[in-house]
Design a binder for this molecule. Structure first.
Ligand code: BTN
Length: 326
């Protein structure tokens, strides 16, 4: 690590405390002049660092840039070794799929500050402006057979809800199957992609891609999604440092992946938040659109739908739109 990064690491680990130039110079084995130069460099990058004679340096504020050092201040060393933070990438899902094919660990995480070709479901684009949202993909290498991919995506939406609720203290909802909503507007989308062994049908790996709108203002969303999308800043009035939410999200995803057998727990977490049960919906099965009533959510995260002609059917994939909810 360069001197600048080593200093930042120390300041981040000692938030709220002054660290003397002498201490830094001794610990990092560099001259006081080099320390001074690195501090100036950090200030230019947007860090607010107070320097007081006889006390040292105090980190007062950080720019809202996702970076590994900020994550390292809150997560274990082993965890951080399996995280990659990028400035910009076409899509973290594409990048993570390449890594997964090349043998990285279960739970390896890729995060980017920007995506130039963020992928949404059904071939849509996921708008991913620079330094506004969290664009994260986590690789899952299940050590057991996963027959129901809907479940794991549903589990992920619960993990996202818990992370948002813990950090912002706000209620979230889930629109079937995996969109996270606040006050009737979408704040997060999830795209799970799987690599399946052709011969056995066994899941080789999964990439769960999560896009959360964090610090966007209404006028920063493109016209076509302005009515549908919202951000955590719009909903809470709080501009949160994305690293804080990212840490909590990674913790919740780790817990989820370690507990893939706890269907009951995640089912309850999902059902309690699901805004789709008991609603009239329009169903898009990709071959047709039809109206129906959602009678129940089943334990495999499918919906029981009653159609106007009285026919009752299980819906395991597709998209639903709810009246009055964008
Ligand atoms: C949707 O709402 O249609 C799903 C959106 C999924 C977006 C995330 S952002 C991180 C990951 N990388 C991508 O290209 N897509 C997912």
């Amino acid at each position: 690590m360069a001197t600048k990064e080593l200093i930042l690491e120390t300041l981040l680990k000692n938030k709220g405390k002054y660290i003397s130039g002498e201490e830094l110079s001794k610990d990092l084995n560099v001259s006081r002049m080099a320390i001074n130069k690195a501090i100036q460099g950090l200030k230019q990058q947007g860090y607010t660092i107070k320097s007081v004679t006889n006390k040292g340096y105090l980190l007062e504020n950080e720019p809202d840039v996702l970076n590994k050092l900020a994550l390292a201040a809150e997560l274990s060393k082993e965890r951080v070794e399996n995280i990659e933070v990028l400035e910009s990438i076409d899509s973290t899902n594409i990048y993570a799929k390449n890594l997964a094919q090349n043998g990285v660990n279960n739970k390896y995480v890729v995060i980017s500050n920007e995506q130039t070709k963020g992928k949404g479901r059904l071939g849509r684009t996921f708008v991913s402006p620079k330094n506004k949202g969290i664009y994260l993909s986590i690789i899952v290498k299940p050590n057991r057979d996963i027959s129901n991919l809907t479940s794991i995506t549903a589990f992920s939406s619960v993990a996202v809800c818990k992370a948002i609720e813990n950090v912002y203290n706000i209620k979230t909802n889930i629109k079937w199957v995996n969109d996270v909503y606040i006050n009737g507007k979408k704040v997060c989308g999830i795209l799970t992609e799987a690599s399946i062994e052709g011969e056995t049908g066994k899941v080789d790996y999964l990439v769960i891609g999560i896009g959360i709108n964090v610090n966007e203002s209404t006028n920063e969303f493109p016209e076509e999604i302005k009515d549908i999308a919202t951000s955590l800043k719009i909903q809470t009035g709080k501009e949160m440092k994305r690293n804080i939410l990212c840490v909590e999200l990674i913790k919740q995803l780790d817990t989820m992946i370690d507990n893939l057998d706890k269907n009951d727990e995640y089912f309850t977490g999902y059902k309690d938040r699901c805004n789709t049960i008991g609603k009239e919906v329009e169903i898009n099965t990709f071959t047709e659109k039809k109206l129906g009533f959602v009678k129940a959510l089943n334990e495999d995260f499918s919906l029981t739908i009653e159609y106007p002609n009285g026919l009752i059917e299980k819906l395991s994939s597709g998209e639903v739109s709810i009246k009055n909810i964008k």
